[in-house]
Design a binder for this molecule. Structure first.
Ligand code: SF4
Length: 337
């Protein structure tokens, strides 16, 4: 079957709610990142985005609560103790987190993610989630991005007002991280059995990752019921082991975003790209990320948004690609989408 007919068939299946098979993911990832075939894929992915997201763009915000020299030494993370970039512990206070969350939600963020190192403490995180729910008005999802968790901890999160967990089987898990893939999978299954929704990107992607590795991580997201997926490129922070290697070209980032959109179909309403990319948004990603605080893609605490990319810029990017996006709140309070 010729490639355009093949993509047409996948688009039809996606619009009928079918998830694509692993072989489909692989075949689309094998396309050259430039040329008419991949542009055809991008246009099909954008049409699926229209149906899956009702053409709604959404802004994911993440607040890094703490940074510290971390003995886990994941190769792509600036907090790794062995790289010597982060020399002391630093945490945002609850008051600072609440102020940031209030500002992000009022500006139009649809998700507020509390991202921690492995050492923040589960009970503290749940207590903070409760405080945010009480202090920050508006329509938003509260998300956690933290360490491994069991079923009891997942249930406690739900009770604290958390609706989404970001958790992913990383590319190179067990090789570039000190976590065993089985630990990640156990947590993913615990989330899958709970009422919490799962957000799981394919990350952190570099040009060296094979199509098989990318497909494996994306299929893991699908198999565990992710309602948000997509792709995050690895950012090579100077001083980390990957600093001298190449970063992912934007064309390839956009291609992977398009593959996740077409192959996730209606079952994955939100497809995220990070860092934000105009081409990826035009090819089916409807979610971009604004980050503050401790950012593992930066060698310092971000007192402002990471790389200057704020909610206003995120909204403009999504709108230019044809998505409707929640406006900033009126002076009287946060508005719905
Ligand atoms: S990704 Fe998490 S566990 Fe790995 S080094 Fe960074 S803070 Fe530590």
């Amino acid at each position: 079957m010729d490639m355009h007919a093949y993509i047409d068939r996948l688009e039809e299946g996606a619009l009928q709610g079918r998830l694509a098979a692993r072989e489909d993911v692989l075949r689309l990832l094998e396309l050259p990142s430039e040329g008419e075939d991949v542009r055809y894929l991008g246009r099909a992915a954008r049409r699926v985005a229209r149906a899956a997201s009702q053409d709604t763009g959404r802004i994911w915000s993440a607040i890094g609560l703490d940074s510290r020299p971390c003995p886990k030494n994941c190769a792509f993370c600036s907090f790794g103790e062995a790289w010597g970039l982060v020399r002391e512990e630093r945490e945002l206070s609850a008051g600072e987190v609440i102020a940031i969350a209030r500002r992000l939600v009022a500006a139009g963020a649809a998700w507020v993610t509390l991202r921690t190192t492995e050492y923040y403490g589960f009970d503290r995180l749940c207590a903070l989630a409760r405080q945010i729910r009480a202090a920050v008005p508006g329509e938003y999802e509260l998300v956690v991005n933290t360490g491994q968790m069991d079923e009891a901890e997942v249930a406690a999160m739900r009770a604290a007002g958390i609706g989404v967990v970001y958790h992913s089987l990383r590319l190179g898990e067990g090789v570039h991280t000190c976590f065993r893939p089985e630990e990640r999978l156990a947590t993913l299954r615990a989330i899958g059995r709970s009422p919490l929704r799962l957000a799981h990107l394919v990350e952190p992607v570099g040009p060296e990752h094979s199509n098989e590795e990318l497909a494996h991580v994306f299929m893991t997201a699908l198999e565990n019921g992710a309602s948000l997926s997509g792709v995050m490129a690895r950012v090579n922070v100077p001083g980390t082991p990957g600093a001298s290697t190449a970063e992912l070209p934007e064309a390839r980032l956009a291609q992977i975003a398009a593959v996740t959109r077409l192959c996730g179909g209606l079952r994955v309403p939100d497809i995220c790209v990070h860092p934000a990319s105009r081409q990826a948004v035009e090819w089916g990603a409807n979610v971009v990320v604004v980050e503050e605080g401790a950012v593992p893609r930066s060698d310092g605490f971000c007192r402002d948004v990471w790389r200057g990319f704020d909610v206003e810029q995120a909204r403009a990017l999504l709108r230019e690609a044809g998505y409707a996006v929640r406006p900033a709140a009126s002076p009287g309070g946060a508005q719905g989408a």
